[in-house]
Design a protein around this ligand. Structure first.
Ligand code: NDP
Length: 238
């Protein structure tokens, strides 16, 4: 499989890239500043020549994503899976009175508009039911339990609301592309030990990455009416 991943330089994104390579897949590993922050990706590339493409990409910049898509077209690249992983957790004020609306804007930019932008421009390069490949293609938007309306906790407005919107996008996208044989999931990866999750989190991001790859490879079936699931394929409360 050829797997496209955003925010692949660290945290869950890097683990997903490394796990995909371990399983024999190829990756298009995107990050905004590979020269500065891509050291682990370059090591992965050296280790597996020909299977790791490192793309410098600012996913919030539509013109840049369009240019990236044009390059894929020129190269005749087909994509089996998109993992929209990059996100920010900012503006952790717990009271509405302290809320900085700029944090709402930047969170929606990266956590919602960027994945939409990516899918908008990369959809033409995804394998479709009509293609030779028997495996369905997958779009995986990395979400969070924080985006569950059912479990709303009255804090983290920018992050929680942007992930709730991402879940809605996933659901709408599922309706739009399911006839083409493309599966769409909005995946809660667990509370993970990453820069975002902190050192006390219970989940190793490598375990989350393995679960996500199992879903992409259809080793775990997630036949849920709603797209929002966890990394083991279990339904999440929307
Ligand atoms: P990290 O903070 O460790 O990594 C975030 C990644 O997103 C980095 O690669 C970062 O790139 C990239 N990124 C952030 N802002 C931008 C931007 N403006 N443009 C491009 N790339 C950007 O996060 P995690 O690995 O922990 O999180 C991965 C996913 O899992 C996210 O979607 C997150 O919401 C979700 N999640 C995480 C949980 C956790 O406990 N960690 C819990 C639930 C969900 P750079 O290095 O350039 O900043």
């Amino acid at each position: 499989m050829n797997i496209w991943i955003s925010g692949a330089n660290r945290g869950l994104g890097y683990e997903a890239a490394a796990e995909a390579i371990r399983r024999g897949h190829s990756v298009i590993a995107c990050c905004r500043n590979p020269q500065k922050d891509g050291e682990r990706l370059y090591a992965l590339q050296d280790h597996c020549p020909g299977r790791v493409v490192i793309a410098e990409l600012s996913i919030t910049d539509e013109a840049m994503v369009e240019k990236h898509a044009a390059q894929l077209q020129e190269q005749g690249t087909r994509i089996d899976a998109i993992i929209n992983n990059a996100a920010v957790l900012v503006g952790r004020e717990h009271s509405l009175e302290e809320l900085q609306l700029d944090n709402m804007r930047s969170s929606f930019e990266i956590n919602v508009f960027a994945p939409m932008n990516v899918v908008k421009h990369l959809l033409p390069f995804m394998k479709q039911r009509a293609d030779e490949s028997a495996e369905p293609a997958v779009i995986m938007n990395v979400s969070s339990e924080a985006g569950s309306i059912h479990h709303a906790y009255g804090g983290d407005y920018p992050y929680a609301m942007s992930k709730a919107a991402l879940n809605m996008f996933s659901q709408q996208l599922r309706s739009y592309v399911e006839a083409r044989g493309i599966h769409v999931y909005s995946v809660h990866p667990g509370w993970m030990r990453t820069d975002m999750g902190g050192a006390n989190a219970p989940t190793d991001p490598a375990d989350s990455a393995r679960g996500m790859l199992d879903l992409i490879e259809q080793r775990v079936e997630a036949h849920t009416r709603l797209a929002f699931i966890d990394y083991l394929g279990r339904p999440m409360d929307i």
